[in-house]
Write a new protein. Structure first.
Ligand code: FES
Ligand code: FES
Ligand code: FES
Ligand SMILES: [Fe+3]
Ligand SMILES: [Fe+3]
Ligand SMILES: [Fe+3]
Lengths: 157, 407, 407, 407, 157, 157
């Protein structure tokens, strides 16, 4: 059984994750990952079939930063608001290296449109205590059930 | 149609916006283009390797089953029970000998031929089908099927020309460039529902003009530039097209100044995102092939993908991506393909621009009032051109479109 | 209509798919079938026991108020204010003497007669209604109401025949079998929005052929089997039908082999889920009665339920379930009814098959292109049959449908 | 139209429900009313104070850009690229010299004149636009713009009369009462999507009859009462209207008894919610002005707001609220305006009644079957009236509506 | 006031509940209930009106298993993905027998369709410490606000 | 770092907040606020632009009570069910005065309609230990991303 403090530290990690994506600054979001982290956004059908193709694949914190910079400077997209709900945050194993699963939904609001569900699915994460003492994601697999994507996923999920 | 559609004077250089919004035009497109005399992409042989393997996909607005029969031949039929119209197959993929409708268990073979009707003779001498009921009168519409290099095409028309003469010489050659007989390996799928008319997707891919302006990421990293060596080539009918270009370097030029927000100082923190290696015999680094009526074959550096267009209604279509490599790829090449896939599909650093701009186009077009788009870049012709400052492939597309639609 | 609908040569053995998708057909159905010369089910007397009690429901696409007036008579009227069209009643159920529109507080009595118009004479000699304004010119359309055995029916037609002669002798008799005068007790409601044309629901219930194939659960536990004793009976018009059958045992037979996935080894861990007791005088264990245009009366073992069909558009309808028992049921019987309800409605172990297959039917039908369903099981006739290997009740339904729709 | 719309005998005292549901009527309204000869409200000068500032809004179903050019003049144009129809501007507000389309970077100036076409001359002597391509043939439709008191109006018609003679003397006077030349300060926005036909919003605001009945909160606190001093005034065309009234006290009267649920005992725990101070020279405490085709100017005690109507389809419209005060308001006045705003917009203690009743009206109207609303309160005339027990402003509105729509 | 450990144990119970329904194995889901547990899925209108009719009523763990087996072997339905969000998990009473309330939403994804809300409502539960020391549901009432069900509820909510 | 008990007390405060709005009694909802509390429901565009206009503005518990009474007695509206999900509850600062942020979604069910998202956004709160020892909201800013409101917000969010 993990201790209460660790559980709350974990809850806060996910809260920070959500806030940085929904309210920014997006530039700070990669700092929640370890330097050599793996970040995947993968459709559930691929995940279940053992197919490797992900729609986002970042194999280092640097690649996360490149993705963020592209969102900021090169990708053309309509303005939108996003809002995360991350629930059932469940550490499978105690200790410094934790397998954590959680469910998520991201609601998208395009200008002058009604809110809609952009993506729904689960996180399959590996959370570690980094050298500086902070909890960080060493792996984050975003497995989305909403296989048919409503147009575009611009921001990370 | 309500009021007959009058094509603007500009001919194929002008496209009336009604083509993107009118339900009757859409119905006509489904009948004549998708379910008419065309070879529609439906999948890969690698997806149904064994006897009884099947997949379900869509041609236009019709659901179809593609399956490999017990002799290993690929077959296809309309996914609609002859009894009362139920969509037979519910799974995206599977394996079975007979296709059994859930409602009354009528069963069909791999060619959609009705083989079983429960209680056809009744029960205890009661009920059952009338004397004159003949099962063979109730087979499902079978599809013509053609395969090449592991790619499967199907048609509702029985008397189609061969795939080769359908594609034409050049397009066949470039098709073979990627599908060269090596065994294909599916790396995975991505699916989008894009809120725009399906033709906007073809316009987008057939239009090299936009690539050097809209796609700042491509230009920034020299993956695609107005001043690159490149060519646009069509088949004689104009239905299909090829955009072929050769990667340049990351540097500014007189031709990049037009790009408002070019990022010359953008250096990747992790360059593995872009580490293409040459894998084909020619100099082309990007070949985008559009195959009428529903396929895009993409070779962008080392990303290989098929995009299948499934129209939903005048204002929306689904885009189904199949990423693949070759069975003999080494781990490094597979890793490379998977990393470069970051540029494409639902969250693509490049293709996001396209799905977003297609929505903006549909939004703009649907504002009502008469209106038309113009395609004059590169003149008014429809012949091959050795550069990318042209909308020639769009003009060729609409030349063919008007013939098929008789508009 | 756009192009006039041509019925296939097969007559009532063939149903054109356009009937399930065409908005004009749908409009015509609302006018002629639901809001025309028919008795539509609207509720139970037990739901509005006292004076002033009311409920709001829908006949076709129209909202109606059903209420008990101060004399205890059941009344009904269109739920639309005569002033500017506001939907008067917002609550599903309630009690009031007068129905007051929220907008300008015009008030109506239990028969929809306009009784109050605020400021009708103006304020301080200013404004108000013109001299020639007569309240009685603005009463709401009143409904004809008929009740039998505690069940309420209503009609937009003033000159309807009695309920008895509307149902016909046989259907009246079976109606009385369940609604035998005992006080009814509502156990609760369930509501579904099913993405299919409303007629698919009637087809489903009038079709005993599917039950012995689609419903593996029923067959597995011998609740319904092709070889059971059973009959299909219609009224002379063909509008209404009865499926009557008698429970068998849980055993395989030559007639169950057709069922792909029959589970002979399925033994309930908790058999209380199925512990029917005989409660009616005849041998029937299942009686499914369909009453034109919007009602299904179900007696499935000890589950008693009314299903009301409320069409939404060509591609969807709402199904509103009212489960009930009798006021004199003992606790054990109530518990039994509630447990057996697991087989029915939105999460029903049996009816889930139906709502799912109806969606698959609509999906298949909407694929476009011409098309038609066939109903040849049991021949081409429309007479009563003493078995369940038949689609006779569907043929009878469409015979009547064509008359009413003049198609 | 399918069947030509026949107006009921009652003339402007009767409105056929088809006007609220028919897509062809809607299309005609967009063309003739919103994008025809009318001055549509598009924003405030305070929202685009500096050169290059722009805002994007909608007139009817068309997106428009309103911007201040480098000389400080307010300009406007259709937000649709001349090349292939892309919605040019994506942000709600911003600042730029040139408007660059994202797709191929065609650029337009503040008047929508096409100024830049990348690669117009091709690249390396290849491609580019044909010789006879003239940029000036591809300017965007420019809007006529008129401003008064800091409020911006625009029109797709080039030859509009002045705003003053469009509004008429009285309406101009009351318009100037609020927009008296003082600098305006935007306090914020609120936006709703209301599931009703856009005309229902105008009917609601032009109808003082409902206010004293539906709005229990208003009546409870004496903010609006049938027995208050008040008047309804129109411009000669009937297009615009003014509801002017004077606050009473919180007390019952013979004229409040009609209000079913008046709460005489309702005393605010925090009276700051309602602490109006007189700020205009006349006695009016409420002035509601409706300006054809899309604006409502509201002065309700100290709440000042503009409501802009943006139709979506026959069954829905968006209502965009801009709350404002004056640059010279002191903190207390600003606080007052913000607190009183509790009565208005998406969660308004008063306006919630209206958005809810508009939905109920649309729900009632869409029930199908022929039908019509009646507007006889206060007689059949269309002249100004010195009281609020009248629907005169609705009759005047429909008199003008029929002229413009030729129905 | 319940202790931190008990709260987290409770959170984990709900996380397991969601995971078994969304990601399986469904067969293990009944084990979260006591042998004589009561499980109801009931529309809010019935619950509020005191009407007993539930669309799912399992009066024992055995009945839960029968329901699961029917889903697996007898019911015909389109393939779908489901995803739970369970929030505001609120133990009303401390101790071995806890009345617990929570809010839930289940998002449904049918093949080639966009995600939609299948059901939304609250859980009214009785959670007990079972003989083997595990927390289990002795009662679970799923009261759904979304009274008009979008077609079919195949899996338990 | 806040203690576990305080965290759970906070979770319970939000659970009670949701329950009183979704299941009532609404009359008890203002008691979760301090006497001189500030409650705002404000569109994100106003919040981000520094514009003060809120669609609900209650500057005291009394004004909250006035709002509740108006909902009960004067506003005319269609019957509806609401359901909250409040996630990523994140106390920014420990101690008796806590800045707390959270994400929320409110799902609305109108009679005979399918569920839809009424509002989505975040809470920016100030939670204090009140004189009677209970945690209460001294400030609550409901900043909604769903700027285009689907018709009407009748109940507080
Ligand atoms: S519908 Fe397919 S077998 Fe009856
Ligand atoms: S709309 Fe009913 S009273 Fe006016
Ligand atoms: S569409 Fe605007 S520049 Fe091409
Ligand atoms: Fe592109
Ligand atoms: Fe059935
Ligand atoms: Fe009003």
């Amino acid at each position: 059984m993990t201790t209460a403090d660790l559980r709350f530290e974990l809850e806060d990690l996910y809260a920070d994750y959500a806030r940085l994506l929904d309210d920014g600054p997006l530039e700070a979001w990669p700092d929640l990952f370890t330097a050599d982290s793996l970040y995947l956004v993968i459709p559930r059908e691929n995940h279940d079939a053992g197919l490797p193709l992900a729609v986002m694949r970042c194999e280092s914190r640097g690649m996360l930063r490149d993705r963020v910079r592209a969102v900021r400077e090169t990708i053309m997209f309509e303005p939108r608001y996003l809002r995360h709900h991350i629930t059932q945050i469940r550490p499978e194993t105690p200790g410094p290296e934790m397998r954590v699963t959680a469910n998520y939904t991201v609601v998208e609001v395009l200008q002058d449109e009604l809110p809609r569900i952009l993506s729904v699915g689960r996180y399959l994460d590996l959370v570690v205590r980094d050298t500086d003492g902070h909890l960080r994601f060493a792996e984050k697999r975003v497995v989305y059930d909403s296989v048919l994507v409503p147009n575009t996923i611009v921001y990370p999920l | 149609m309500a009021e007959p559609l009058v094509w603007p004077d500009g001919g194929i250089t002008e496209v009336p916006y009604r083509l993107y919004t009118d339900p009757e035009v859409f119905e006509r497109e489904m009948e004549r283009i998708f379910c008419g005399r065309s070879w529609a992409y439906v999948g890969l042989e690698a997806e149904i390797p064994g006897p009884g393997d099947y997949l379900v996909t869509r041609i236009g607005n019709r659901s179809v089953v593609i399956t490999r029969d017990q002799d290993g031949t690929v077959r296809g039929f309309l996914n609609r029970c002859a009894h009362r119209g139920v969509k037979l197959c519910r799974e995206r993929r599977g394996n079975c000998r007979m296709f059994v409708c859930p409602y009354h268990h009528w069963s069909y073979d791999a060619r959609g031929r009705l083989k079983g009707v429960p209680f056809i003779k009744g029960v205890k001498q009661q009920g059952g089908m009338p004397e004159d009921f003949r099962r063979e009168d109730h087979d499902l519409p079978e599809l013509a099927v053609a395969t090449r290099g592991g790619v499967i095409f199907a048609s509702f028309a029985a008397d189609m020309p061969s795939l080769e003469c359908y594609l034409g010489e050049t397009n066949t050659a470039y098709f073979d460039r990627v599908f060269d007989g090596r065994e294909l390996q599916v790396l995975g799928y991505a699916r989008q529902r894009i809120p725009g008319n399906w033709k906007l997707m073809f316009e987008n891919i057939k239009d090299p003009y936009h690539a050097s302006l809209l796609h700042v990421f491509l230009v920034t990293f020299g993956l695609f530039r107005a001043d690159q060596r490149s060519q646009v080539r069509m088949d004689p009918s104009g239905a299909h097209a090829l955009l072929i270009s050769q990667r340049g370097a990351q540097q500014a030029s007189e031709h990049t100044r037009d790009i408002a927000n070019l990022r010359e100082d953008f250096v990747l923190e992790d360059p593995r995102l872009l580490d293409p290696v040459k894998e084909f015999d020619d100099d082309a680094t990007v070949v985008m092939q559009t195959v009428w009526p529903n396929l895009i074959v993409q070779q962008q550096s080392n990303t290989l993908a098929l995009r299948q267009i499934q129209p939903c209604d005048p204002g929306a279509f689904e885009l189904h991506w199949t990423f693949f490599g070759y069975a003999d790829d080494d781990a490094a090449m597979t890793a490379r393909r998977l990393r470069q896939a970051n540029l494409m599909s639902a969250a693509g650093l490049v293709s996001a621009d396209d799905s977003e701009v297609i929505k903006l186009a549909q939004d703009g077009i649907e504002q009502g009032g008469a209106g038309k788009g113009i395609m004059l870049m590169g003149g008014r012709g429809t012949d091959d051109e050795p550069h990318m400052v042209t909308e020639v492939a769009l003009r060729a597309f609409y030349r063919h479109y008007r013939e098929v639609m008789e508009l």
